[in-house]
Design a protein around this ligand. Sequence first.
Ligand code: SF4
Length: 293
Amino acid sequence: MARQNLEGIVIRPPSEAGSFLLQVTHGCSHNRCSFCITYKFTKFGRRPFEKIKEDIELASRHNPHVRRVFLCDGNAMCLSTEELSQILDLLNKKFKKLERVGIYANATDILSKSLSELKLLREKKLGIGYLGLESGNDEILKKINKGSTSKEMTQAVRKAQEAGMLMSVIVLLGLGSNSMSKKHAEDSAVVISRMNPSFLSALTLMLLPGTPLYSEYLKGNFGLMNPLSILEELECFVSGIEVEGPCVFRTNHASNYLPLGGVLPDDKAAILEAIEYGISNPSILRSEKHRAL
Ligand code: SF4
């Protein structure tokens, strides 16, 4: 791994564990999702290019053989095409074996770029975007202040894919509570089927003190689901997914009760069988104390 020079809280997808993490922004440009506390106390800002350049040069001296880079923080796709191009050009120049650059991206920032801009970024090896759909249900998206509708997120994923990027989409189990669990699962499956992403992850909601959603929980306006209800929601979600594929599906995040993996649509029956097994054998589920973000 390359030498990394990171400030504040830095998150990255599990699949980017071996990547050189390059901070190009601080915080999240949206920073309003009601369940999220990651960047609540971080003022959003762009890092000056000189600082980014210093980090790339330092990393390239320590490990010139870097193949993968992940652009942090929360929503680096909000940078302009010119800013991203400048960073990607330097990465390509300094790391001759560079294969792929990844980024967290929300729908607004993808849609604000033209198809030719996205293609240009793809040519410069911006190869994968991670988008938090959270839910395919617009009522839930509004409640959690996601800032985008399911239609906008679908358009964004399809546009990035048309430009040649891989898209990895994240759904958050438990976000609809018991009352909207079925709608959350069914609508999320419909949206994922329309998106047809290359990668799909399901995470499970963890309520974090200090978030608006936690306040709603304390007031009795939001209920946490138990592990079995979460698995039933997951089962309903997977049952409804009709992707062309191949779509690599994972629930290996530490927030989940049951780690699963497979490729949709081929492994759908096996994944559903594994969920059924988890429902019938709750002793195999990850305990609350071992869950983490
Ligand atoms: S877009 Fe992501 S990082 Fe930003 S507030 Fe929402 S969940 Fe948190």
